[in-house]
Design a protein around this ligand. Structure first.
Ligand SMILES: C[S@@+](CC[C@H](N)C(=O)[O-])C[C@H]1O[C@@H](n2cnc3c(N)ncnc32)[C@H](O)[C@@H]1O
Length: 233
């Protein structure tokens, strides 16, 4: 199959973990991180980035950890990983679309960047570099991982930290999210993620902490648009 045919075929492939995400194609996931969409979600991304950087500055224990970016797109937060932690790992099933050969070459020669071209549910702990990991579930990706407790427990080790971000439920957050998804849906025949019906959001108020292996404590940081949950094990 030629590269061109492969790309054509990929267009309609479903990327998601379970049937609950039916209809969310690779194309839609790709567009979630496109420059056009990020124009709308910028307040979220700015806030997430600020909360994450403050967390890394304050928690110097992360210096010796792996920064594992889940749903990393074009190596989101690579700078944070290299400046504040030991190694950077990208978990991104659309890696071949997001990264060109030159970027992959640079990454593989840096010695500190590891690229995992998989969905979160398909990774094994052995694929992580040695040492504890800070798993960063960025830009609301956890909402697309159906059996997230099971999948998290599959990979975490005692001492790992989970940094999970989602949309807050403030007026401003709802406004930003609606515009973001209205833009994404404008390319579709129907609404793929309907910003009005409450799906594809993380419910941190009812998060099953005790079911997470080695759970010790958690912290919640609410911004105006983003809502962040940090779980320590
Ligand atoms: C971070 S999510 C964006 C969610 C969206 N911003 C929202 O507010 O609902 C998009 C990225 O996650 C990636 N992704 C999708 N399913 C994934 C999975 N199961 N594991 C890891 N990454 C995944 C996509 O390829 C895409 O690059």
């Amino acid at each position: 199959v030629s590269n061109k045919d492969e790309k054509k075929e990929r267009k309609n492939v479903k990327l998601t973990e379970t049937s609950e995400n039916e209809g969310v194609s690779e194309e839609y996931f790709y567009r979630m991180l496109s420059p056009g969409a990020l124009r709308y979600s910028e307040p979220y991304n700015d806030e997430e980035s600020e909360i994450l950087e403050n967390f890394l500055k304050e928690n110097t224990a992360t210096k010796g950890m792996n920064f594992v970016a889940v749903g990393a797109g074009e190596l989101w937060y690579l700078r944070f990983g290299l400046e504040y932690t030991k190694d950077y790992v990208s978990i991104e099933p659309l890696q071949e679309i997001f990264l060109n050969d030159s970027v992959k070459y640079l990454a593989s020669h840096s010695g500190r960047v590891f690229l995992v071209n998989k969905r979160f549910s398909d990774i094994q702990n052995e694929e992580m570099p040695a040492g504890p990991s800070l798993y960063v579930f960025l830009f609301n990706i956890l909402a697309y991982i159906d059996e997230y407790v099971k999948e998290i427990n599959n990979v975490i080790e005692e001492g790992d930290i989970l940094f999970i971000s989602s949309w807050n439920n403030t007026k401003i957050s709802k406004y930003v999210r609606r515009n973001y998804f209205d833009f994404l849906n404008s390319f579709e025949k129907q609404k793929i993620v309907d910003p009005e019906n409450g799906t594809k959001l993380c419910d941190f108020d009812n998060f099953p902490f005790v079911k997470i292996n080695f759970y010790k404590k958690h912290e919640r940081i609410k911004g105006l648009v983003a809502d962040v949950l940090i779980i320590y094990t």
